[in-house]
Design a protein around this ligand. Structure first.
Ligand code: NAD
Length: 353
């Protein structure tokens, strides 16, 4: 089975030989301008018009969790063959059933694809997947485009970019805003950092998974934008939960209060699109015992990233710091796997003590 899959894959990906070894056609067609000077200028342009062929060469995807699975599915829906892996075999199964080829390690994926996306929980996982014993960089092909959509420390993104460059590959950070629902509907917002000349190649893939793709600047700036957004999101969510709770204590019907906030100056995403009070809105985690969505642990991690970058740059973020403490306490009190909007339930329980 595996043999047949690999044979089919070989047939699909054409490779060309030049003095410096083998590079897949996709890497050339991607239009990596920084690679061109190393090639005969009279030869390189002949690949330009075939760019559409690059679209159909396999794309690697590593990290098939809550977000990665729907993102990889959207690549498949857009006609990209997907080559995937995850540490948990059961996470690979769903993608495999939909036609993706699955392998055991990130190095296996790197051997077969020259555009690879990663969607992993945090910085240590990204370091492991890129530089570990079976990591991408052990087998990465020259010219490969590596796009990391995990939310991690911008300093780690910069380290990965340096390590990738040493192997002749290009690393970009492209964290996302939008939860599992947005990932399923291909409505994510991508914040992209990395070499400008590679942005178009990244954008080609990211538009299959998102409604907005925004170039932020050098590598790490996508993470910077994401960390700032999530710090504000956490502050907004805690503020909404606190406000809703006070209103309920003052005798207001929670649906009516939400309606008033949403037509007034207190309105925010947490009040009008992701209300934390059970029963106020349909289709959000608060209506489902805070299951699914964006975990409290992940929010605590993002607030930790905001804190360390603020400390490094000597930037005062008092509310961000308080939000970090609240989400850390929640993790310690059994909320770790609940959606981050469960801060409303947490406040209510604290009140009862
Ligand atoms: P998740 O924990 O559901 O998925 C991560 C996946 O990575 C898991 O399946 C895990 O097995 C896999 N993994 C970990 N280490 C690995 C390794 N060494 N090799 C292969 N696979 C490995 O997390 P998620 O909710 O999908 O979030 C992923 C990232 O996206 C996080 O950085 C998170 O902060 C960010 N994010 C999440 C949301 C959300 O709503 N869930 C929204 C925006 C951004």
């Amino acid at each position: 089975m595996q043999e047949r899959a690999e044979r089919e894959l070989k047939e699909k990906s054409v490779t060309v030989r030049r003095g410096q070894g083998e590079r897949s056609m996709a890497a050339l067609i991607r239009g990596s301008r920084n690679l061109l000077p190393r090639w005969n200028k009279h030869v390189a342009p002949t690949f330009g018009p075939s760019r559409s062929m690059a679209s159909k060469t396999p794309v690697g995807f590593i990290g098939l969790g809550n977000m990665g699975r729907p993102m990889a599915k959207n690549l498949l829906r857009n006609g990209y063959p997907v080559i995937a892996t995850d540490v948990f075999p059961e996470s690979r199964k769903e993608l495999q059933d939909l036609g993706a080829q699955v392998f055991d390690t990130p190095a296996d994926v790197a051997e077969k694809a020259d555009r690879i996306l990663t969607m992993l929980p945090s910085s240590p996982n990204v370091i492991e997947v890129y530089t570990g014993a079976n990591g991408i960089l052990k087998k990465v092909k020259k010219g490969t485009l590596l796009i990391d959509s995990s939310t991690i420390d911008p300093a780690v993104s910069r380290e990965m970019a340096v390590a990738a460059e040493k192997m002749g590959a290009v690393f970009m950070d492209a964290p996302v805003s939008g939860g599992v629902g947005a990932a399923s509907l291909a409505k994510l917002t991508f914040m992209v950092g990395g070499p400008k000349e590679e942005y178009q190649a990244a954008q080609e893939l990211l538009t299959c998974m998102g409604a907005n793709v925004v170039y932020c600047g050098a590598v790490g700036t996508g993470q910077a934008a994401k960390i700032c957004n999530n710090m504000l999101l956490a502050i907004g969510m805690i503020g909404t939960a606190e406000t809703m709770n006070l209103g309920i204590r003052l005798g207001l019907d929670p649906k009516l209060l939400a309606q008033i906030l949403n037509m007034s100056s207190g309105r925010c995403w947490s009040s009008d699109s992701y209300n934390p009070v059970p029963g106020v809105m349909e289709g959000v985690p608060s209506g489902n015992n805070y299951q699914g969505g964006f975990g409290t642990t992940l929010m605590a991690k993002d607030l930790g990233l905001a804190q360390s970058t603020a400390t490094n740059t000597k930037t005062p973020v008092p509310l961000g710091s308080l939000a970090h403490q609240i989400y850390r306490v929640m993790c310690a009190r059994g909320y770790a796997n609940k959606d981050f909007s469960s801060v409303f339930q947490f406040l209510r329980e604290e009140e009862g003590q």
